[in-house]
Design a protein around this ligand. Structure first.
Ligand code: COA
Length: 378
């Protein structure tokens, strides 16, 4: 007789289960988000994305000269190995960009210049390289799908400028660069979300940072997580006219379908990132398309709140902000990855420091004692 008496309570979806301690970010259910103790409300508009990336990985803000050095390093590390560029060029254009990104980030691990060095210092350098290279991979995927030349990073452009320049092939204006900094700050980290947890599980086996980040990318891709913003834009495009919003959303709710970009596992009130993204989009409403999308969004927000008492999350207005930057919807999640990489890398380093295998158990609910029949008798 097999002893299955040690039944533990199953916490479906691991809801409210604390799997570890972290000092990196805190998701306050009452509508605040802190990076290393700093409220994001105090960061957005006051710091640049590289400052936040430095904060996450080094667990403190840089001084001016440290930031200058970090930014110079980021720009020079934006270059990709030629072999990775060759693979990106040969990828079928029908692949989703997230599939290409997942594979090419994994491939980067083969070209890590200090592959066998697992020291803390090497991990910080590796994190910095990944923070620099993920946006370049995203830009290269976009350019190669368009069949246009890939651009190399320029030392006279800042990080966000370079990202947009390499992605679109033209120099962004100051407003676009500022919007991207803000969007990237808002996407940089978010507690033990699914992709971060997945990265930490991989890191907890003492596997390398590239493996952990590859795991995270695959997890972020899903529409219940980072893939939601692409679905939001599909919905907005599908709706057509603003006057059709009500019927469309009521129809989805009547069919008990989820409205993409709404609801959250932790927040009981509005996601604190949503208000910043709503403001960003409102400021971009001089563009006709953005204004049209924004008006639809406001209507959807009202209906969903009234019927379900839930609020927009990060992905709802992020979709419109990225659309205004000229990013095609299938690249929304790759853009998300391009900033969440800083949070993932910080969590991977913290997991190495914690040095514990993340390995839960399960309650077996299958059968016992089944009679085995050899294949020739089945
Ligand atoms: N649209 C409509 N109803 C929603 C909803 C949404 N986007 N999100 C949650 N709800 C409802 C559920 O139907 C459920 O209602 P019920 O109790 O009447 O059945 C209730 O709210 C709880 O939802 P649940 O899915 O159990 O919460 P969760 O914590 O497991 O899921 C999400 C959180 C984010 C996965 C979920 O809100 C969702 O699927 N949102 C859409 C995808 C998305 O935007 N993801 C990005 C997250 S940042």
């Amino acid at each position: 007789m097999i002893n299955n008496e040690r039944e533990r309570m199953v916490v479906r979806g691991l809801k409210d289960v604390a799997a570890a301690e972290t000092r990196i970010s805190y998701v306050d259910p009452m509508g605040h988000l802190y990076y290393l103790g700093y409220d994001i409300d105090d960061l957005v508009g006051n710091v640049t994305y590289p400052e936040v990336a430095f904060l996450l990985v080094h667990k403190r803000f840089p001084n001016r000269s440290e930031l200058d050095t970090f930014c110079d390093t980021l720009i020079s590390e934006m270059e990709l190995p030629e072999e990775v560029l060759t693979c990106i060029r040969s990828t079928p254009k029908t692949c989703h960009p997230m599939d290409v990104l997942r594979t090419e980030v994994s491939r980067l691990g083969q070209f890590d210049p200090e592959r066998n060095d697992r020291s803390d210092e090497a991990n910080i350098r590796r994190a910095t390289r990944l923070i620099a290279q993920v946006p370049t991979i995203v830009a290269a995927i976009h350019r190669s799908r368009q069949g246009v030349p890939l651009f190399r990073p320029r030392k006279d452009f800042n990080f966000a400028e370079n990202f947009l320049y390499m992605f679109e092939g033209s120099h962004p204006n100051d407003k676009e660069t500022e919007v991207l900094h803000r969007v990237m700050i808002l996407h940089a980290d978010h507690g033990f979300n699914a992709s971060t947890f997945a990265a930490r599980v991989t890191a907890s086996t003492n596997s390398d940072m590239y493996s952990a980040v590859t795991t995270a990318i695959g997890t972020l891709k899903g529409p219940l997580h980072g893939g939601a913003s692409e679905k939001v834009m599909e919905m907005l495009d599908d709706i057509g006219l603003e006057e059709e919003v009500e019927e469309y959303i009521q129809g989805l709710l009547d069919d008990r379908k989820k409205i993409m970009g709404f609801g959250h596992r932790v927040y009981k009130v509005e996601d604190p990132r949503a208000k910043h993204l709503r403001d960003i989009v409102e400021n971009l409403c001089h563009r006709e398309r953005t204004m049209d999308l924004y008006n639809k969004c406001l209507k959807i927000e009202g209906i969903v709140h009234e019927r379900k008492n839930i609020y927009p999350n990060l992905d709802f207005y992020a979709a419109v902000a990225m659309d205004a930057l000229g990013v095609p919807k299938e690249f929304f999640t790759p853009f998300f990855c391009s900033s969440r990489i800083s949070g993932w890398a910080a969590h991977v380093i913290e997991q190495y420091e914690d040095a514990v295998l993340l390995r839960p158990s399960s309650n077996y609910v299958g059968e016992f004692g089944r009679y085995f029949v050899p294949i020739e008798n089945r």
